[in-house]
Design a protein around this ligand. Structure first.
Ligand code: COA
Length: 156
């Protein structure tokens, strides 16, 4: 039988599993359990999870400021055992819908210059590099600033 996929809002009961995925995906840069709890319950934004057969395969955190024209992808992760199945792409497509729903103009994010797979993902979806932040991460790597304008043709 085909896998059943769903994207929904994260709930408090998801926090232990989200923390496990976070640790597996981000090592030294990972959020604490407390930070995840805060982001799920109180942050101004959207914390979305993608589930496969009701198991959390990945998540996406979006942040928005009232006066900002863009929505920020604050974090995106897919658990190692679920990678290569277009799940990250589906989460970014969802983010694009949120941008439109909120009448914002673009998605933006920071990504480590060393994060080849993420850069490939964002490039494939049409993101463009708009700047750089020197020594942004704990390991000393620079961050690239990337942006995707609302343009459905690039995301089909
Ligand atoms: C980056 C990450 C989210 C990708 O998740 P994923 O679900 O495996 O990605 P998808 O299957 O949706 O890939 C979509 C496209 O992204 C690119 N891509 C994803 N992983 C890639 C890899 N390891 N190498 C090269 N390209 C890759 C490809 O273009 C791919 O399309 P294709 O399969 O048709 O070639 C995942 O590897 C991850 O969680 N990494 C650790 C956390 C992280 O770095 N998050 C991003 C922070 S900015």
């Amino acid at each position: 039988m085909a896998d059943s996929l769903n994207i929904r809002k994260a709930e408090k009961k998801d926090v232990p599993e989200l923390f496990r995925i976070e640790q597996r995906c981000f090592d030294a840069e990972s959020f604490s359990r407390r930070q995840i709890n805060y982001l799920v319950s109180r942050s101004k934004g959207e914390f979305l999870v993608l589930t496969e057969n009701d198991n959390i395969a990945g998540f996406l955190i979006l942040l928005q400021r009232r006066n900002s024209p863009g929505v920020r992808i604050y974090s995106l992760a897919v658990s190692p055992n679920y990678r290569g199945k277009q799940y990250a792409k589906q989460l970014v497509l969802k983010a694009d819908q949120v941008v439109k729903y909120l009448s914002k103009r673009f998605l933006h994010l920071e990504v480590s210059e060393a994060n080849f797979s993420a850069i490939q993902l964002y490039r494939k979806l049409g993101f463009q590099i708009t700047g750089k932040r020197g020594r942004y991460y704990k390991d000393g790597s620079d961050a690239w600033l990337m942006r995707l304008g609302v343009n459905p043709s690039k995301l089909s």
